[in-house]
Write a protein that binds this ligand. Structure first.
Ligand code: HPA
Ligand code: ZN
Length: 350
């Protein structure tokens, strides 16, 4: 994956990454909860966190696997109580995204993590939409919100959540599926995904993070998704890779997440280069940046350095994110023009 620009020793790849107009397609708003905000909200809401300081909370971020992370992630969500909390969480993320030159984002939220604690779904969605509107006004970042179901809970609970969210569905762009992957297959969620698609929503789902390539294929078979979240283990099966490339399925890879959750032992072992080389529309994202050591810019810098990518590869990744987003055709054209302005001939629009 060495492109021409990479062979020029003085080419400023980090400068290109900084200036790149970024589209983020895989970020969990709950995973952007920095310890400082968690402690501030805990004090405001009278919630006791199982840590005494910000440093102690961060020191616990040494995860053996996805489940070890999810246990802490769900526990920290207890500080999110009011509509204003969800607005601040969202705006805090957008402030960091703006510093990384993110221009459009399609964040996930997990309503069941909050409604199961007695928080009203209207406060959750209302607060997030308030934050997204504030962020668009303040930073010009456009967005499309993704309502994600928890796969460790029954499919009936997902259907009930979709029904509860009905008043806001015209302001939600897609449904997603996340949480524990191994042991929680996609097939039971086929009906709720079909109902969401019939209602005009797009669909995405996590697959191929911890589970193998066959789960990516099964997810494509049963959920009607336009994107696979993570999907990096698809590289283990050439037939699955070919299918992703031929069907134009976007993969939302998250390099630092894979490193911190031990999906790969080192970034140099990431399959992102293999997938890109096979013609799969891979994108770079941050997943749960407050927990995994970096926002989207850091994910770009670290994977580009580890895999020896050049300017054309960087432009390809950014182009894939624009084309794979659910933004309007006009917005995509704007973003592609911005990208061409920054990456010049390295950016090839579709
Ligand atoms: N995988 C699955 N579910 C999640 C993740 C993840 O990385 N982050 C938040 N929910
Ligand atoms: Zn994720």
């Amino acid at each position: 994956m060495l492109s021409d620009a990479h062979t020029k020793p003085d080419f400023d790849l980090d400068g290109l990454i900084d200036r790149l107009p970024k589209v983020e397609l895989h970020v969990h708003l709950e995973g952007t909860l920095e310890p400082e905000l968690a402690f501030r909200l805990a004090a405001r809401n009278g919630v006791v966190l199982p840590f005494t300081t910000v440093d102690e909370m961060r020191a616990r971020y040494d995860f053996a696997d996805l489940q070890a992370f999810l246990d802490i992630y769900y526990a920290a969500c207890s500080v999110l109580v009011t509509r204003e909390d969800f607005r601040e969480l969202t705006l805090d993320y957008l402030r960091r995204a703006d510093a990384d030159h993110v221009r459009h984002v399609e964040p996930f939220f997990d309503p069941q993590t909050h409604t199961d604690r007695g928080i009203s779904i209207g406060d959750v969605i209302g607060g997030i939409l308030d934050g997204l509107a504030d962020g668009e006004r303040e930073f010009g970042i456009t967005s499309g919100l993704i309502l994600s179901f928890l796969r460790h809970l029954p499919a009936e609970a997902a259907s009930a959540t979709l029904a509860d969210a009905e008043p806001w569905l015209d302001r939600i762009v897609a449904v997603g599926l996340d949480s524990s992957e191994v042991g929680y297959p996609p097939e039971p969620f086929a009906a709720v995904f079909a109902a969401a698609r019939a209602r005009g929503l797009r669909a995405v789902a996590h697959a191929g993070e911890e589970a193998d390539a066959s789960l990516v294929a099964r997810t494509l078979d049963c959920l009607g998704v336009s994107r696979i979240d993570h999907g990096v283990r698809a590289a283990d099966d050439p037939a699955v890779m070919r299918r992703l490339a031929e069907d134009g399925v976007t993969l939302t890879a998250c390099p630092l997440s894979n490193l911190r959750l031990r999906v790969v032992p080192a970034l140099a072992r990431s399959t992102i280069g293999t997938l890109l080389g096979a013609g799969v529309a891979v994108t770079i994202n941050s997943d749960d940046p407050a927990y995994f050591g970096g926002y989207i810019g850091e994910n770009y810098r670290r994977i580009v350095a580890a895999l020896g990518f050049g300017a054309a590869d960087v432009a390809r990744l950014a182009t894939n994110a624009i084309n794979g987003s659910f933004a309007s055709a006009d917005r995509k054209r704007e973003l592609l023009a911005e990208l061409a302005g920054v990456a010049g001939g390295a950016a090839g629009a579709e």
